[in-house]
Write a protein of this length. Structure first.
Lengths: 295, 276
């Protein structure tokens, strides 16, 4: 039998009071929203008039008109760059700051600073670094005889957004990896040293398997974040006409819903996004069973 | 062997130095730019010469709503944090300590909702809040925080489970009610988890762009600091000294908070990452 104290007499009432907010959230917040969004996705509605039945036309539109396909493609490309970028950079930072060196606490704090800074602030700082004329990056490049780069121009904008976003995310990933690294028992390394294993072999055969749960968790988190990317896109790629030079799915939902008031189309796009995320998570959990080592 | 270790240490310090330049350089450049005269914005010296606070003065003259926006962000983040801490801890206590029928079913259901992305809730919430006449006010930004949530409830429940059961059982023997056990034993003993959740929630709300964008249209007095900055970016495009002054002011409160609660921040992330 599961552990637990029993509610006595009038306490039964209190039990449900304590649970009430969560139940309301479950019912209205999540279940209700899913139901409402999926229903709305079958209608055409501008928020003001009466909703008109539209069948699966919104989904057909989403997958046949270039606008959403582009957003989907951009989201996938963004994720393919952002996820490995964040995971690898965070892991490298953690490995570096897991060494026993003087001042390591201060270094960790400094590496972590971008993580607490808002995407809006990071974007503003980076748009200044990226500025075509006299931005810091181009100044450094031209100083060394290179060609100035149009960082936020069509060709490079995706990479530049990913770089700013990874920069803002490394600190948090690093902390998760540090916790994982510190949980590896010392004896494992000592045994390996006695056996004469090289540093690389130790990393490959001990560290990596031992921190595989952290790698899994961090990859999952980064993927979810990547599919929901919005802030950096909004701040760094907005154009005069309100569109983005690299629109992603959430940007498209925002624009259709709150700029064009096509609530049905926006709902269909939100459902497609949710489906993508759920399927990805299921795949990840399958992979977890195969690859992740739990003690 | 010894020389190898020294070489390794030197290499480590070099790499750490590179990291520090990468992660703090952009901040330093922001500070430096914000103290330059507008006419000097394209000079490349790190120490402004002459240094001046003129950008900050201009900022507060041209945008008198700026302090108001900081206050709005604080207000919303505070209420959001309060709502999450209270309602998540309440549910977490029930799931961790109280035995009742349907407990594991409800808890599983809650965990499943964790994978539903919040974008799905955006449109229905907006419709409900607009029917209730709350669009344009701050209510939609903090009220949903009072509905609990999978992440926060799970985080706190995991921590509650580490508190020895004997404490609750002994209190029960002495005739304490469930509510007293929650309030007097579980809440005070879960401070690390509560602090962690509080910091995440506060930060998430403070930095949020999408929700204020949807709910708080262009009214400077009502809006939050990220929106203020985004509008500011459009308005003052290319005027980097003023833009950097505004950015600096917007990150300052969080950096101050971070230096006071640094340990909790880092332990909190580790806590949420390892225990999941």
């Amino acid at each position: 039998m599961e552990y637990g104290l029993k509610a006595l007499g009038r306490e039964k009432f209190w039990l449900w009071i304590l649970l009430a907010p969560t139940l309301i959230g479950l019912l209205f917040g999540t279940a209700g929203s899913l139901l409402a969004t999926s229903t709305l996705s079958l209608f055409k509605w501008d928020l003001i008039g009466a909703p008109a039945w539209n069948g699966i036309q919104n989904y057909i539109d989403a997958f046949t008109k270039p606008e959403f396909l582009l957003a989907l493609k951009n989201t996938l490309v963004f994720s393919a760059l952002y996820v490995p970028g964040t995971v690898v950079a965070s892991l490298l930072a953690a490995l570096l700051l897991n060494r026993k060196i003087r001042g390591v606490g201060i270094f960790r704090t400094l590496f972590f600073l971008p993580s607490i800074t808002s995407a809006v602030a990071v974007s503003l700082i980076f748009s200044w670094l990226y500025a075509k004329d006299n931005g810091l990056l181009n100044t450094i490049i031209t100083q060394f005889g290179g060609q100035a780069v149009n960082w936020l121009g069509t060709k490079n904008v995706m990479m530049s957004v990913v770089i700013a976003n990874v920069w803002g995310a490394v600190g948090e990933g690093m902390v998760i990896f540090l916790a994982g690294l510190q949980a590896v028992p010392r004896e494992y390394y000592e045994a390996a040293t006695v056996d004469g294993g090289s540093g690389w072999a130790r990393f490959w055969h001990i560290t990596l398997p031992m921190i595989s749960p952290s790698i899994f968790f961090q990859t999952l988190l980064a993927t979810i974040n990547a599919f929901q990317a919005f802030e950096y896109i909004y701040m760094l790629t907005r154009q005069g006409n309100g569109n983005s030079s690299v629109p992603v799915v959430v940007f498209s939902i925002y624009r259709n819903g709150w700029r064009f008031f096509s609530m049905g189309l926006a709902s269909a796009q939100a459902m497609i996004l949710a489906a993508f995320i759920v399927v990805l998570m299921l795949i990840y959990f399958q992979l977890e069973k195969r690859w992740v080592v739990y003690e | 062997m010894k020389t190898r270790k020294i070489l390794g240490d030197i290499l480590t310090y070099i790499l750490v130095l590179v990291g520090i330049i990468l992660f703090t350089g952009p901040f330093i450049w922001m500070v430096s730019t914000s103290f330059k005269l507008p006419a000097d914005q394209y000079t490349h010296n790190l120490i402004p010469n002459p240094a001046s606070v003129v950008n900050y003065v201009t900022l507060f003259q041209k945008l008198p709503e700026f302090p108001r926006q900081i206050f709005n962000s604080f207000e919303i983040a505070f209420l959001t944090t309060l709502g999450q801490l209270l309602t998540c801890a309440m549910a977490a206590f029930v799931f961790a300590v109280v035995k009742f029928r349907g407990r594991s079913f409800l808890f599983t259901l809650l965990l499943i909702t964790w994978i539903v992305p919040f974008q799905v809730t955006l449109i229905p919430n907006f419709i409900i809040f607009s029917k209730l006449g709350f669009v344009g006010s701050q209510v939609p930004l903090w009220l949903p925080a009072f509905w609990g949530g999978a992440f926060g409830t799970f985080l706190i429940r995991q921590y509650f489970l580490t508190i020895p059961r004997e404490l609750a059982e002994a209190a029960r023997m002495d005739g304490a009610s469930l509510f007293q056990i929650f309030w007097n034993i579980y809440l005070p003993n879960a401070r690390p988890a509560l602090t962690a959740l509080g910091l995440f929630t506060f930060l998430g709300s403070w930095n949020d762009l999408l929700h204020p964008l949807i709910y708080l249209p262009t009214n400077q007095e009502l809006t939050t600091i990220p929106i203020g900055l985004a509008m500011f970016q459009t308005q003052y495009g290319g005027r980097w000294t003023i833009l950097m002054a505004g950015t600096l002011i917007s990150v300052l409160p969080i950096i101050v908070l971070f230096f006071f609660a640094q340990k909790q921040f880092i332990e909190g992330i580790a806590l949420s990452g390892v225990k999941r």
